[in-house]
Design a protein around this ligand. Structure first.
Ligand SMILES: [Zn+2]
Length: 507
């Protein structure tokens, strides 16, 4: 797929000149051409009056979003669910002025997990792109996240597959990546479209770059080309900066007529630093509305409920307050259900003096206010804490609850097990040459025993019942005066278990 190779090459070209940490988009010129085509098609097909009526009429447009968290074939490398929720929350903050609310598709299994080593290795490879394009959840904005360990491609929107891919480290509440790529999904191009892969270093810009007309500064008059050049919007000023830059722009560049450019650094579809961007222009908003109409998403039903939830209100039930219990079975965490929550992220950590030292598990539960921590993930004696973050389809911005502490102790061992591992019997001076045998019996707990002596042919010869044994060593005398020389078996039986020993009489 040549277009993706180009995108990657463009991205790699940028690495040398910009801070990689903030780079966020792999949409190149070829992808952008398709996005622009769709935007212009929407512009032709959706009358301005319809867009305006839609914008005026709607309270909130609910756009279902399906996050798919992709690990390798063994489930390694999932993006942290907290990052996903932070990104979702940030997208809603950015699109609030559009009256767009991204809602998790489906109340149960709202977030999908998938294992695919191709994507884990290279999020823009052809097999990865094919899988993501063909495994979308219908009727939703599909956003895939993965590590892409062998190819740190930027995050991107694919106009071919109509899905978004976000690098794990770009999925967060501060990078604007989700909002930027969603802008592409909704037909918006970069404000600097045409300059992808080309650095503008100041001076006078050419008439065209990479075959595309360069947008001029003028908004009207004979030289104005803003309606067709670059992103096709006249309320997004000419912008030639296709690399991560700080705001404001101070490069002093001009268009080919000599007019100084003055980019709008707050536009989310620009490449200005994350801290600079937070807005869409009115024409961009109109294009977003047109694309929602074209997708038939202008009146999708609201999820239920449409209420915010808070982690601060979570009341832990058990185990809490440092409760200590022997670790015997799985530990069931319980809290009071939070109003309007349809699911919870449950975070269990091992602690030392109250501070986290290790993650035990982080899991999502739906429709329940309990979570079972498998005993296999716990040990003893140890300190743990757990906390929960409630959410619903409408809102994933809640903080975690306060932590609830518990500790584990060694499981109580059954008396039978203790007897088995510690009780012992020794016949002193064996072979026995006298009329009595001295038998040393050690038991962990006081008990009552029977002492039975058998000949080798299985015949019971001695039977002493009700022998009281103390905890620890007991010396018992066994009368063997009537026994002939030979080999016998002494069996001591207690309610907790039995002891066996060969006894040899040899006078
Ligand atoms: Zn982009």
């Amino acid at each position: 797929m040549n277009f993706k190779q180009f995108t990657t090459a463009a991205f790699l070209a940028l690495i040398g000149t910009t801070a990689i940490a903030q780079h966020k988009c792999g949409v190149g010129v070829e992808d952008g051409a398709l996005i622009k085509e769709r935007m212009l098609e929407n512009r032709r097909n959706v009358p301005v009056e319809q867009i305006q009526a839609f914008q005026n009429s709607r309270a909130i447009t609910y756009v279902p979003v399906k996050f798919t968290i992709v690990g390798d074939n063994n489930g390694v490398g999932y993006c942290d669910i907290d990052q996903i929720f932070a990104m979702h929350c940030d997208m809603n903050n950015d699109y609030r002025t559009q009256d767009v609310q991204f809602v998790l598709k489906d109340a149960a299994n709202s977030v999908r997990y998938a294992n695919n080593t191709s994507i884990y290795n290279d999020g823009s490879g052809s097999s990865a792109s094919f899988w993501m394009g063909t495994n979308k959840i219908a009727g939703a904005l599909n956003i895939y996240t993965s590590a892409s360990v062998n190819n740190q491609v930027a995050s991107y929107y694919s106009p071919f597959g109509d899905y978004i891919f976000v690098l794990n480290q770009m999925a967060n509440g501060s990078s604007s990546t989700g909002s930027h790529e969603t802008g592409h999904f909704l037909s918006l191009n970069h404000t600097f479209y045409g300059w992808e892969g080309t650095d503008f270093t100041g001076g006078t810009a050419p008439n065209s770059v990479g075959g595309s007309a360069v947008e001029r500064v003028a908004r009207s008059g004979g030289t104005a080309n803003c309606a067709s050049a670059a992103d096709g919007f006249c309320d997004t000023p000419a912008d030639y900066i296709s690399y991560r830059a700080n705001c404001p722009y101070t490069g002093g560049g001009t268009d080919n007529t000599g007019a100084a450019i003055n980019p709008e650094e707050s536009l989310i579809m620009s490449y200005y630093a994350d801290a600079c961007v937070d807005s869409f222009s009115p024409e961009q908003k109109g294009a977003i509305a047109a694309d929602l109409i074209q997708r038939g998403w202008q009146s999708l039903a609201a999820p239920s409920p449409t209420a915010s939830v808070s982690g601060a209100s979570v009341v832990g039930v058990s185990p809490i307050g440092g409760a200590s219990a022997p670790l015997v079975n799985d530990v069931v965490l319980t809290w009071n259900a939070v109003p309007n929550a349809t699911g919870y992220v449950v975070f269990v950590e091992r602690t030392l003096f109250g501070s986290s030292i290790e993650t035990v598990s982080k899991a999502i539960v739906y429709g329940t206010n309990t979570y079972t921590v498998p005993a296999a993930l716990l040990s003893y004696p140890r300190q743990y804490s757990w906390k929960v973050k409630p959410f619903n389809q409408y809102q994933t911005c809640a903080a975690y609850s306060a932590p609830f502490a518990f500790s584990t102790t060694a499981p109580a061992t059954a008396v039978e097990d203790v007897f088995k591992t510690s009780a012992e019997m020794t016949i002193l001076s064996n072979p026995v040459g006298s009329m009595t045998a001295d038998v040393l019996i050690n038991v962990p707990n006081a008990t009552t025993a029977s002492m039975l002596l058998y000949s080798m042919d299985g015949k019971q010869i001695v039977n002493m019942n009700g022998v009281e044994l103390n905890s620890g060593d007991n010396l018992q005398l066994l009368d063997v005066s009537s026994l002939n020389n030979g080999v016998y078996v002494l069996v001591v039986t207690t309610p907790e278990g039995s002891l066996h020993q060969k006894l040899v009489v040899q006078r």
